[in-house]
Write a protein that binds this ligand. Structure first.
Ligand code: AHR
Length: 865
């Protein structure tokens, strides 16, 4: 039984209850109390309670959140303080509230049914003051609403107000008299707690609708919370299940051959200290207190560097930098030989015996005295395990280069630079790079990590994020032009995940990596708005790129297309050629926006960008954005905009429980095929156990089945450095010497290495037809027309075996032996080794799916036309 069938049953149950309650004579109307609680500082959102007598209140929930404030940063900053909910002159429900005790904004949202709320707005109404206890009155004669509030500065509490007709445009803020205050908030006891809110008399049907919404959410949450931990009870006495998977290979449809890809974001030290092979941390001396918003005093221009020895000084200078984008450099002045600079790398520098490492640095002699600098790798015990030297020969910046060969393998060395003469030397862009990078590229990628990504066989690579793409405030939006060209001219910046981006891994390197692994590049560019969770610029997207700057912002995007695809005589194509790649990169896709808050500010900017690309580059598929979740206001509004504009594809994101993935396998079955296609740009179930991986595996069967509408999908995030993570779970963990793919990775890899371009319709019959059993057995069949292989994927999330009969009708020429690969173990396992063997097959064959397993069978065949 599918989830939709279950929902029908639930609807019937609710209907039946409704009939019963009708019989029980429900009131025509009742009182509705709208409030937010003060616990958790108001971050629980808007709640409702109802009462027949205005005295005794019944919480709808308890404390079910009907509306959640999206203002401010992730987590505790998103608060709804003193909501004031009312019905306007057109019977539309509106709610205004304070967002905190400091910002001069109030929030507004509207709803026709109190369940679905339109996008929130956060008008800035007062500077340098707060906006507390907003309330709204209506003047029938003028048709104007007045929003007044209290602003408290020092001891003074004053009343201010603005007028509006439509809650979109507001008049200037005026000082009002205290007599203007309505003060109509009331107290009610809800579940034993005194709460403050607004009371409205409403038809009973309104309350009934709210109760049903909450009940449906509770029911869905129960499904989403399903986990293997209750399987022994849920499946008590369950015997091995018999299943038949039937398919007629002539019943097929074309699906995307780009489904499996990767999402790369510089989160969890994925770039510097991760995929980017540079071994020196803070090579440009550009780390800044602001990277960590000042809370780590040691995170400054000297981070990872220290003076080794006492005969000298190490300071940071910025008087005559190599380039204005790279303002800081080290000034080392020594008075005794032996003292020098030391860099600790990213938690140590790992080197391997016999390997060659390119050392380079920009150096100059402010004292005009030539000097030799010894450069060496020193292990934890103080042993020098590799050494070279360079010369500082001029008082102008000059790049000096040499090679160090490691005499020993060591995971934790430091790099030392020791002048062999007293005096001063300036150093910048100090670099140590393994020669063995992925595909031996200069300024390349860490070979083992890049290979692990390549082994997923991704059909596309999305970069540079995620939230890194739209940034923390306007100034932090990722600008691709800052990331190309000679390294010393690139513009490093703060990473919104709380560290630094050297952008040594920049657009050129991303594009080259895509080409090296045969994946389509998929750059994602901010839609002219920063992340809605921005800390800077006030209310997140309130600070969209000013409209007067949008033309130049859009030009940057068009220039990116030229950089990728233009011929070498074009302005930007020439820069690509200068970087060593005269051939175009053949960009086909571009993402605009990253799970943005869908507001007017977003829509205006997105539309302008989309239309410009459509006009100038109709050959490029633009991918729009529909918010950070599989439901809710941004999802609905984002889809509406994309449909209206006929955006070819949209980027969906959702991180959910394994139960959600198991219970929502029909998510895309119901999608309108005439609407934009889907790029599932970020998804993951919450964990790295086998159970999580199997939940993703079963969901992926549904993505393949819907491969006509879901064109691309990428698990997120991709990489995470152990002990340096800001987000869990991730697909691949690593440290300086090891790469640790997760079980989830194995599932992605199996799908990536066994994808197809044609889906074969199939159906499953099981000996036990209960929904809880059926939804835990998943199958998909695809044909890979490049090899003529037919690939059968089978997932079993049950605690018992599933004896499966596979029946392939209409299929000639199946070769008698096929490869079968199985991933199985305990659901809590985080390490599982897949086992492959050869099995005998024909049109009908049997395969046993172990409890908690994922099985792939690759049949060699010539599929009849
Ligand atoms: O994947 C981690 C983050 O999740 C991404 O940066 C963001 O887009 C999403 O919220």
């Amino acid at each position: 039984m599918k989830k939709s069938t279950l929902l029908t049953c639930l609807a019937f149950f609710l209907f039946y209850q409704n009939c019963l309650s009708g019989v029980l004579n429900t009131p025509d109307s009742a009182y509705l109390f709208a409030y937010s609680t003060t616990k958790n500082s108001g971050s629980n959102g808007l709640h409702f309670a109802w009462s027949a007598d205005r005295e005794n209140w019944n919480a709808i929930g308890p404390e079910y959140r009907f509306l959640f404030c999206d203002y401010g940063r992730w987590g505790s900053e998103k608060r709804m303080v003193t909501p004031f909910m009312f019905q306007d002159a057109n019977q539309l429900w509106r709610c205004v509230w304070s967002v905190n005790e400091k910002d001069g904004v109030f929030a507004h949202a509207s709803s026709t049914d109190l369940v679905y709320w339109k996008p929130q707005t956060y008008p800035i109404v007062i500077k340098d003051n707060n906006c507390m206890m907003p309330e709204v009155s209506f003047n029938k004669a003028s048709g104007l609403y007045t929003i007044d509030w209290l602003s408290t500065k020092g001891k003074d509490t004053l009343v201010y107000g603005v007028n509006t007709k439509d809650f979109q445009k507001y008049t200037e803020t005026k000082l009002l008299s205290k007599t203007n205050r309505l003060n109509i908030r009331e107290k009610a006891m809800i579940s034993g707690n005194p709460e403050i809110g607004l009371i409205h008399q409403v038809p009973w049907s309104v309350i009934d609708g709210l109760i049903k919404t909450q009940q449906l959410a509770t029911y869905n949450n129960q499904l989403n919370d399903e986990s293997y931990l209750e399987d022994s009870i849920r499946f008590k006495g369950l015997k091995p299940v018999e299943a038949t998977v039937s398919a007629n290979v002539l019943q097929r449809k074309k699906i995307s051959d780009l489904l499996m890809g990767v999402f790369f974001e510089d989160i969890n030290y994925a770039a510097d200290g991760g995929l980017y092979a540079e071994l020196v941390q803070n090579r440009g001396f550009e780390y800044a207190l602001s990277d960590k918003e000042g809370y780590d005093k040691a995170w400054n221009n000297t981070k990872a560097w220290s003076l080794n020895g006492s005969a000298g000084t190490f300071t940071i200078d910025s008087v005559s930098p190599i380039h204005s984008n790279n303002k800081h450099y080290a000034l080392l002045t020594i008075t005794g030989i032996g003292t020098g600079l030391s860099n600790e790398g990213f938690n140590g520098i790992a080197v391997a015996q016999g390997e060659r490492y390119d050392f380079s640095a920009f150096v100059r002699n402010p004292d005009h005295k030539n000097k030799k600098l010894v450069v060496r790798l020193v292990d934890r015990g103080g042993e020098v395990i590799g050494e070279t030297s360079i010369n500082a020969t001029t008082s102008e910046w000059k790049k000096a280069e040499s090679v160090i060969i490691a005499r020993k393998t060591a995971s934790d060395t430091r790099l030392e630079i020791i002048p062999q003469a007293t005096g001063s030397v300036a150093l910048d862009m100090v670099s140590l790079f393994p020669q063995k990078t992925f595909k031996s590229r200069k300024n390349g990628l860490r070979a083992d990590l890049a290979q692990t990504i390549a082994d997923l066989h991704p059909r596309f690579v999305r970069f540079p994020g995620g939230c890194v793409a739209h940034g923390d405030g306007l100034a932090n939006i990722y600008r691709w032009k800052n990331t190309i060209g000679p390294l010393q001219t690139r513009k490093p910046q703060r990473n919104l995940w709380g560290y630094h981006q050297s952008v040594g891994l920049g657009y050129f390197e991303y594009l080259r990596f895509c080409e090296d692994i045969g994946a389509e590049p998929l750059p994602v560019i901010a839609a002219g708005v920063p992340c809605q969770n921005s800390a800077t610029g006030g209310a997140g997207q309130q600070g969209g790129v000013p409209m007067c700057e949008m033309d130049s912002y859009i030009q940057d995007i068009l220039d990116l297309i030229e950089y990728c695809n233009g011929d070498i005589h074009s302005t930007w194509g020439k820069k690509r050629a200068e970087a060593g790649h005269p051939k175009p990169f053949n960009l086909k896709y571009i993402g605009i926006g990253n799970e943005d808050l869908i507001t007017d500010i977003f829509e205006e900017r997105f539309t302008k960008i989309f239309e410009a690309i459509r006009e100038k580059h109709p050959e490029i598929t633009v991918i729009g954005t529909v918010g950070p979740s599989s439901e809710g206001t941004d999802y609905v509004e984002g889809w509406e905009i994309a449909t209206k504009l006929e955006v070819p594809m949209v980027d969906e994101h959702y991180y959910r429980s394994p139960g959600w993935f198991i219970n929502n396998q029909d998510f895309y079955d119901k999608y309108d095929r005439a609407k934009p296609k889907v790029y599932l740009g970020e998804y993951a179930s919450w964990g790295n156990t086998l159970y999580n991986a199997l939940a993703e595996a079963i969901y992926l069967t549904s993505l393949e089945r819907n491969g006509d509408v879901v064109r691309m999908a990428s698990y997120a995030p991709l990489l995470a450095k152990e002990n340096f993570t800001q987000w869990n779970p991730d697909l691949i963990y690593f440290n300086n010497t090891e790469v640790k793919p997760t079980v989830n990775y194995l599932v992605q890899q199996f799908y990536g290495q066994n994808s197809g371009d044609t889906y074969i319709d199939n159906s499953i019959q099981t000996s036990d037809n209960r929904d809880i059993v059926r939804k835990r057995i998943g199958a998909s069949m695809v044909l890979d027309s490049k090899t003529d292989d037919l690939i059968v994927k089978l997932t079993n999330l049950l605690p018992v075996e599933v004896n499966t009969r596979v029946k392939l009708e209409g299929q000639n020429g199946i070769k008698p032996s096929a490869t079968k690969t199985v991933l199985t173990g305990k659901p809590s396992d985080v390490k599982v080794t897949p086992v492959s063997d050869t099995i005998s097959v024909s049109n009908h064959f049997n395969v046993t799916l172990p409890a908690y397993s994922f099985t792939i069978i690759r049949l060699n065949t010539i599929v009849s036309e």
